[in-house]
Each structure stands twice: as C-alpha cells, then as structure tokens.
Design a protein around this ligand. Structure first.
Ligand code: TTP
Ligand code: MG
Length: 407
C-alpha cells in the first residue's frame, strides 16, 4: 500500500496538534521546567501578580522610630521657609488635605498641629532594602518601582502556595513582623490591575481583582484612577462626558488615538484589562534628569534660559561619564501654582554630546517660553536613555518626574 506525502504530513500535523493541546492543558506542571523568560511568555494571561505599596512610607517610619508620634499628623518634607515641599504625610494628616508635592508652608496652614520632620533618606533606603529582601523570600521575580513599591510575579513561588491572596497576606504579615510597618497589596492577573488593586483599600488592605470581576471593576472605575491618566487627561475626558471605565470603553481605538496620540492604544487596552508587561527583576533606568527649584518664582526668560543651558550640560556630562547615549531631551517646567508641563524633542541620531543636549533643551525652551503665562517655580532637563535595540521608551516623562525623589 502506497502512502502519499500529503497523508504523512496530515498525520504528523494532527499528532503535533494533539501534543500541543496536551502541553497547553498541562502548563502548570510544565511551568517549573521553564526558564524565567519562557515562563513569562507562557503564563502571560494566566499569571498571579501582587503589587505591594507601603503605607505613608517615610511618615510611618518616623512614627515607628518615635512612638510618641503614633496616631498624630506627621508631615515629612522640606523647610517651609526655603520653599520646601511635602514628601509624604501620615494618614492622620490626610483628612486636612495635606498631600505629597504640595508646599510645606501650605501643608502647615492646612494642618497647623502637624509635626514636621525632615527627610532622612538613608534611613528610608535601609528599610526599603529590608522590605525588598522579604519580597525575594517569596519569589525571585520582584520588580521595584520606587523606594516603597514593587510587583511580584507569584505564579510559581518559593513557598509553593497556590493562592496569591493567601500569599499577599503572608507577605504583609511578614513585613509587619520584621519592620512594624503596614503595606497594602493588590492581587490580580496582570501588573496594571494589581497596581490599581493595591491603591483601592489603603492603608493596610488587600484587594483582589479576579479575572471574572475585572470587566465590572474597570467599567465602574473613575477614569482618574487609571494609571497614566493625569489631571489634564482626566479633565479632557470629563469634557467629552467620559467619567468611568465604561464610558471610556465605548470609544473606538481610532478616536482614542486621534484624540490622545499613541497613548490612546494604552487606554484602549487598559480599560479592557489587557496588560502584557512582564515583571522584570532588573529594571533598566529609562531617563536621567536634573532639575532646579528657584528660591523665588521667576518670569525672567534670560535667567531661565541660562538655567536650562546649565542643566542640559550637566545631564550631558553625567551621560558621558556613565557611557550612555540619548535619543531625546525633555524639558520640565513647573509653574508657581504647581501646574507642570513636559515637552520632549528627539535627536536625529543618538548622542552623548553635552552641548547637543543643552541646545536641544534650549530649542524646546524657546518654543515653550512664548506660551509661559505664569511665573516659573522649577525647571528641569532630562535625557531619554538609549535602549538596547535602539528603541525609545514611550513614557519617558514618568521616569523623569520620579527621578528627583529617588536619586
Ligand atoms: P508613595 O507610595 O506615593 O506614598 P506613601 O507611601 O507615603 O503613601 P501611600 O500610603 O499613599 O502609598 O511614595 C512613597 C514615598 O516616596 C513616600 O513616603 C515619600 C516619597 N515621595 C516623595 O518624596 N515625593 C513624592 O512626590 C511622592 C509621591 C513620594
Ligand atoms: Mg506608599
């Protein structure tokens, strides 16, 4: 009996499909055999992610170190007479309207009985290290986002615990046992949802967004709470009569991209609970920036231009010294009323030339300066770091804004 090539091919193809189906239905068992990269790819949509964020981190450490401050409004921040700003405050100060980033002077007007303490960065860094060591007892897949927050991929974990919720409780308990500090945790199947979850029930809470609840949760969520939707975008959305996730979901992708540019793709996916990012233990720094808060607000354009030039040269110098190149420079301007703008300009090719970076920053400054309507409080210049493969990150502003606090 003669067997044709086609028949052999079909037989092999069927066998292959069967094996593939068997493999996919047993992913859990195969998981432990996979490398970290393969693990991330295969489990992308079937993962268990925990986001942990410490509560009132700097202030809570101060209250722990000085028990007499427990239960009292505590503000950690800069000198009100030197235009200092609030780094954070204890939950007792929050009902008075005190917030991170506001002028300390204003915060003390809102809550005069608050105890004001200076920032002790070394102390907070040491506690942060303790907390990250605890995270790594549960999984090696820990991605730190700032001094007090991290994502943990616990799909498989060092405790062999199948419930991510139980694990989150265990992590919180361990943090409290070792540091006497509380944390809030969010549990879900991707990073975007885990982050929203951890902020839902603060302080000292756990929120779980299971796959079956994600759509309802996101549809009811105010747009302002979507990570990446700032005040300006939220106002724009409200102007379009869009105030919840459900409203946002009704907008077609084309409209979102037309209205908001590239970030429209992100909104389209986020509101559907889609986020394929993997928890990456070593986060590559995306940008490097320097900024200056002036002793008095100013609208002196020559002075401001000189500052931009100086900051641009400084950033370029650091870039060269660490052997990095940049593809874009960003200018940040904070007005006297704390309203802030960032503008980015790309180079034709990557550079590490300090003068080119400074020139680019000046060009942006000259374009923006025409529209300066208020006095300026702070000005900053940052360079987007070149990534392997030559890609420029889409959201470099986020890193830029964070860097001054954590460097
Ligand atoms: P956050 O986690 O944003 O704030 P928090 O931990 O104080 O309070 P929450 O319970 O809402 O999470 O930031 C962590 C620390 O980073 C914070 O304690 C102080 C510091 N920080 C600044 O220095 N400047 C800032 O603008 C912000 C937002 C934080
Ligand atoms: Mg926090």
């Amino acid at each position: 009996m003669q067997v044709s090539f086609k028949e052999i091919f079909v037989k092999f193809f069927n066998e292959f499909c069967l094996l593939l189906r068997l493999f996919l239905s047993n992913l859990d068992r195969f998981g432990s055999l996979l490398s970290v990269d393969q693990h991330d790819t295969f489990f992308r949509d079937n993962r268990k992610i925990i986001h942990v964020d410490m509560d009132a981190f700097f202030a809570a450490i101060e209250q722990r170190d000085q028990p007499k401050l427990k239960g009292k409004p505590v503000i950690v921040g800069g000198d009100p007479w030197k235009r200092g700003v609030v780094s954070t405050c204890s939950y007792e100060a929050r009902p008075f309207g005190v917030r991170s980033g506001m002028a300390t002077h204003r915060a003390l007007q809102l809550c005069p009985q608050a105890v004001l303490l200076p920032v002790r960065m070394d102390r907070y860094r040491a506690v942060s290290e303790e907390i990250f060591n605890i995270f790594r007892q549960f999984t090696p897949l820990v991605e730190g986002m700032s001094i007090d927050e991290a994502y943990l991929d616990v799909t498989t974990n060092l405790k062999n615990e199948t419930s991510a919720t139980r694990l989150a409780k265990h992590i919180k308990d361990e943090i409290f046992y070792k540091t006497e500090l509380t944390a809030s945790a969010g549990v879900s199947f991707n990073m975007f949802l885990a982050k929203i979850a951890s902020g839902t029930n603060k302080p000292n809470g756990i929120t779980v967004i299971a796959p079956s609840c994600a759509a309802d949760f996101l549809e009811a969520l105010p747009v302002r709470r979507f990570h990446g939707v700032g005040r300006v975008t939220a106002n724009r959305l409200h102007g379009m009569n869009i105030s919840t996730g459900w409203d946002l979901k009704q907008l077609p992708l084309e409209v979102l991209v037309e209205t908001f540019g590239k970030i429209g793709h992100y909104y389209h996916e986020a509101v559907r609970g889609i986020d394929h990012r993997c928890v990456t233990p070593v986060r590559v720094r995306k940008s490097l920036g320097r900024e200056n808060t002036f002793p008095v607000d100013t609208s002196d354009l020559d002075f401001l231009r000189e500052q931009v030039l100086r900051l641009g040269l400084e950033v370029g110098g650091i870039l060269k010294s660490i052997g990095q190149r940049t593809r874009a420079a960003t200018l940040k301007v904070k007005y006297a009323d704390f309203h802030q703008i960032t503008r980015c300009r790309r180079f034709f090719q990557t550079t590490d030339d300090a003068e080119a970076i400074a020139d680019n920053a000046i060009l942006i400054f000259n374009e923006c300066a025409k529209a300066f309507c208020k006095k300026v409080r702070l000005i900053g210049v940052s360079a987007t770091l070149e990534r392997l493969g030559g890609q420029t990150p889409a959201q470099e502003e986020f890193d830029f804004m964070k860097s001054p606090n954590f460097t």
